[in-house]
Design a protein around this ligand. Structure first.
Ligand code: NAP
Length: 632
């Protein structure tokens, strides 16, 4: 019998075997190999695992039984686990786990993310002791701000967090519309250093994610460091004193903070974008943005106009359709919609048990998710200049995606050619963020749902009117119209050494930063989820945020070790980096002429997304290069 972790319950062998039966075989194999170092087992199973992953050919039952026996043997007689795994074995295991060759460049990044390497925070422990008077202010207690706060606490530095909302979670606090949830799998969309949450679903809803962030605050005892209902209005650098003066407005009125460094963690998707539609203020009923959903609104029996069909619209529409009298969906441009295994599923009991109790299982599951959800897709977003049909796709790989995704549309809407014509995009896959199908087509087939593609022209007191003059009487208007993403850090006033504001520097919508984090003239000012750090090809924003936080912590370490009190990015380094970013984007799908998306600014420059593979960004931001900075 095995004692269950965290309580005194004993697991019977039969129960253990039931759990193994629900677990993923490639992941079980990795756990077994890592627990035993048995490389021969890896060689023996690799071909069958590859067939399972690529052709869906089940593993022979004798192999399954053998693997289960080996695991039961180990798990029922708990013993000390072996130390680490060598980089060579790691690469071999990674490749076997996903059934394809994983290049060695991924080894150090994944060793770190999966916790097989020394955690970077160990090297930050001395920072606080070396800089006892140094103070940091973090703006925002969402996914980025909390990540920074946790590492700052571990470093021993003095810090505070100011948050404009009454709770943590950022976008996951604000977006409480019906159906709000993630579309990145949670066993990847979570901090590498806080993987222990027992997710109820593979893709959870808003409440559970916010509970996760609250739990992180509790586990890291951050409560007394976070100042809620406190909105930052200005962040001004005092060059002679080398201090930042930050003004906030909170429950006790205005407050001024004098600090040495500021970490902005306000996010890109924080300020709603409501289109300037004629007559919008004349509407007689509730009209609101998805991120401002009124908690007390009873939508049942109402006629609802839903304007916008991006990721938010995709979640709201199918969730409310069964309850409302009529749902009118105003689609300006269609989206690529695809399906994902397990999107709607809860995590089965046996799998949960495996995640929580089998050593290394959780880590290897995370790797498998990383691999299938991120850099593997990057190549399909690159333009091939010689491609013959650049309107509909940008390369052979991109065209292959179009074919696969079109098949899905045909399966779902092919019986209605008129509908298929309306919903099938004419631009290349990934031109806009592809959406996960939240029963969209089933919703469109309902009698009480209309898909309107005639453009919205104006709003009257009781209806939405389209350009051809049709009136759509409505009781409620929901704006699922996205965010002012390019207007980064708006509306804070941020002024650097020379007194110039970020708004003057960037204009309304053209932000740039070195690695998305540092801006020349703004010493000790660090931006998380800043310019060109959104992930448009896949992966997890939290994974990317951790890379940025590690970079910031390593900058602070550099300052502590060199006894510098100011670190500023050099202008030439910043400019050269941004030239590379822009050049890379010219070759990618988001600058495609036929696409509008929230990744670009009005002039067409991509300001939100990173053009890099995650592994490239990881390598660039791994260690700060002192030559990149003016240090004083
Ligand atoms: P979005 O992707 O920017 O979509 C905005 C929608 O509003 C688009 O369909 C846009 O049409 C439409 N629109 C804008 N102005 C309009 C107008 N005047 N008339 C008609 N339609 C108009 O915004 P979002 O759906 O809130 O998503 C933003 C981002 O938030 C996502 O890409 C994602 O990164 C994140 N998000 C994630 C999740 C998740 O994880 N599940 C959920 C929600 C949001 P066009 O396409 O023609 O511009």
């Amino acid at each position: 019998m095995l004692r269950e972790a965290g309580n005194d319950r004993l697991i019977e062998e039969a129960e253990l075997r039931r759990s193994l039966g629900e677990a993923d075989l490639p992941i079980l194999l990795m756990a077994q190999v890592q627990m035993t170092g048995d490389e021969a087992l890896l060689d023996e199973y690799a071909p069958a695992i590859a067939r399972l992953l690529h052709q869906g050919t089940p593993l022979p039952s004798s192999m399954v039984a053998h693997l289960h026996d080996l695991l039961a043997g180990i798990l029922l007689k708990p013993q000390p686990l072996p130390g680490g795994v060598s980089p060579t074995l790691m690469q071999k295991m990674m490749s076997t786990c996903v059934g394809q060759n994983v290049p060695p460049e991924y080894v150090p990044m994944m060793m770190q993310d999966l916790g097989f390497d020394e955690p970077p925070q160990l090297s930050w422990r001395a920072i606080g002791a070396r800089m006892p008077d140094f103070r940091v202010l973090v703006i925002g207690a969402g996914a980025a701000g909390l990540c920074a706060a946790i590492q700052l606490k571990r470093s021993g530095l003095h810090f505070d967090v100011v948050e404009k909302n009454s709770d943590v979670g950022g976008t996951w606090f604000e977006n409480r519309y019906p159906g709000a949830g993630v579309d990145a799998p949670n066993h990847l969309y979570s901090y590498s250093f806080e993987p222990g949450h027992s997710w109820t679903r593979f893709f959870v809803k808003q409440q559970e994610l916010q509970a996760y962030f609250r739990d992180c605050v509790r586990r890291h005892a951050l409560d007394d460091r976070i100042h809620f209902n406190t909105e930052t209005t200005s962040v001004i650098y005092n060059a002679p004193e080398r201090k930042w003066k930050v003004r906030t407005h909170g429950p006790d009125g205005n407050r001024e903070w004098i600090v040495d460094a500021v970490i902005s963690a306000v996010g890109q998707l924080n300020r709603p974008a409501i289109p300037a539609i004629e007559g919008i203020d004349s509407f007689s009923g509730p009209a609101f943005h998805t991120a401002r959903w009124p908690g007390d609104l009873d939508i049942s029996g109402k006629r609802v106009a839903l304007i916008g069909t991006g990721a938010s619209g995709m979640q709201v529409g199918p969730t409310i359709a069964p309850d409302v009298e009529r749902l009118m969906i105003f689609q300006r441009s269609p989206n690529w919609i695809r399906t994902r295994p397990r999107y709607h599923e809860t995590v089965p009991v046996g799998k949960k048990w495996a995640l929580e109790h089998i050593p290394f299982y959780r880590a290897w599951y995370r790797f498998q998710l990383f691999w299938s959800n991120s850099d593997a897709l990057h190549a399909a977003l690159q333009k091939d200049a010689a491609w013959r049909e650049p309107q509909r796709s940008i390369s052979r790989l991109n065209e292959d995606l179009r074919r696969d995704w079109t098949t899905y549309f045909e399966e779902k809407a092919g019986q209605n050619p008129e509908l298929l014509r309306k919903v099938l995009p004419d631009y290349p896959p990934f031109g806009k963020r592809p959406l996960l199908d939240n029963n969209w087509f089933e919703m469109l087939a309902r009698d009480n749902v209309d898909l309107v593609t005639d453009p919205v022209a104006k709003v009257t007191p009781h209806a939405v009117q389209t350009r051809n003059g049709s009136d759509y009487p409505a009781d409620v208007i929901v704006f699922a119209t996205g965010f002012q993403a390019s207007r980064m850090l708006f509306p804070m006033e941020v002024r650097g050494s020379s007194g110039r504001s970020l708004r003057e520097l960037w204009g309304e919508d053209n932000p740039r930063a070195y690695l998305g984090v540092l801006v020349p003239d703004y010493p000790n000012f660090f931006i998380l989820y800043g310019p060109n750090t959104n992930l448009g090809h896949g992966g997890s924003v939290i994974f990317h945020l951790e890379i940025q936080v590690r970079y910031v912590m390593n900058c602070l370490k550099l300052m502590a070790e060199g006894r510098f009190c100011s670190l500023e990015c050099r202008q030439d380094v910043h400019d050269a980096y941004n030239e590379k970013v822009d050049a890379a984007h010219e070759g990618m799908v988001w600058t495609h002429a036929g696409v509008n998306n929230w990744y670009k600014n009005v002039a067409g420059r991509v300001t939100a997304n990173s053009p890099w593979r995650i592994v490239d960004y990881w390598a660039m931001a791994r260690e700060p290069n002192p030559k990149d900075f003016l240090l004083a």
